[in-house]
Design a protein around this ligand. Sequence first.
Ligand SMILES: Nc1ncnc2c1ncn2[C@@H]1O[C@H](COP(=O)(O)OP(=O)(O)O)[C@@H](O)[C@H]1O
Ligand SMILES: [Mg+2]
Length: 361
Amino acid sequence: MSRKTQKKLTVGVIFGGRSGEHEVSLVSAASVIKALDKKKYRVVQIGIAKDGAWVTQKPMAALKSGKPAKQGSRLMPERVLNRCDVVFPVLHGSYGEDGTVQGMLEMANVAYVGGGVLGSAAAMDKVVQKQLCDQAGLPSVNYVWFLSKDWRKNKPAILQRINYKLRYPMFTKPANLGSSVGIGKCHDRQELIAGINDAARYDRKVIVEQGIEPMHEIEVAVLGNDHPRASVPGEIVSSNEFYDYDAKYVDGKSQAVIPAKLPQSVKREIQRIAVLAFKVLDLSGMARVDFLVKRGSYKVYLNEVNTIPGFTSISMYPKLWAASGVPYPQLLDRLITLALERYREKAALATSYRPKEDWYK
Ligand SMILES: Nc1ncnc2c1ncn2[C@@H]1O[C@H](COP(=O)(O)OP(=O)(O)O)[C@@H](O)[C@H]1O
Ligand SMILES: [Mg+2]
């Protein structure tokens, strides 16, 4: 078939979601929709309201209006799903970046962009992510984790464990969030207790980390399936004491330095660890891998892996690829091709086994 007669691919873009990062997803998805090459793709917009209802009638406007959706279906309407050749979940955080939507798409037998069920779920949980990466020998900061329930029951015992292992400043985080929601920087015991109490409101698990100070905050974009590549690393210069929600999205004063001004050997080390982390977590398609690099010594710590990174026009993931020779629209083409490749490879695997005897009858 010549290119001209090739039919357009229908891309379903899912956005919104039952997550603290609902608003960020709306902005990311609007950029993705705008940048998708309309000569190649027909776009179907699919919204998820904050209460989990699927919205298919003018979803972007409906979700931006902030009005709660009428209790709609909790499952993606089949007629919408059947129209899509590939789905791009542009959802950050819970019920979107964590393997749940990916599971639904697997069951529906539709190709989709980004990590599968296992990788998305493992990367979403900061504790599980750290445990897997630690096991593979990847460098990360010291941490202590516990259940919010146990914190409420026995604060002194948990504080003792933390004091034994970590020094101030420390960072308190809910295990399963993003966009810095629920994250606190703690300089003393009082701030530590307040930080843990806050993180425990968001999650059944809390992680307290050793703060690295002063540091370079470095991000790398990874692209590919089984043989992924890393972009040039970039540095974030945060407008606030740390890269919190306002510094990320609201005040517009944080800067990105791309490529990061670090020694070549450190940049290469960061790229190597980013690709390893991607493989260890069994990811596919894309991920943004974030690092903390101690100033002076350039000691590298893996901070976190994001399986659906921000996709706004000023987001690091597309900017890092643009600086590495892959402009935004081509990046989307590549992600869609990778999704279709993975789908085909999986579809080619055997899914039945014929036992010799009919023992099950
Ligand atoms: N251990 C740490 N040491 C120093 N700064 C940290 C540490 N952990 C987090 N931060 C700061 O907090 C920000 C948010 O933390 P992060 O773990 O990346 O959470 P999120 O998933 O919400 O992005 C980071 O971008 C960084 O600025
Ligand atoms: Mg982060």
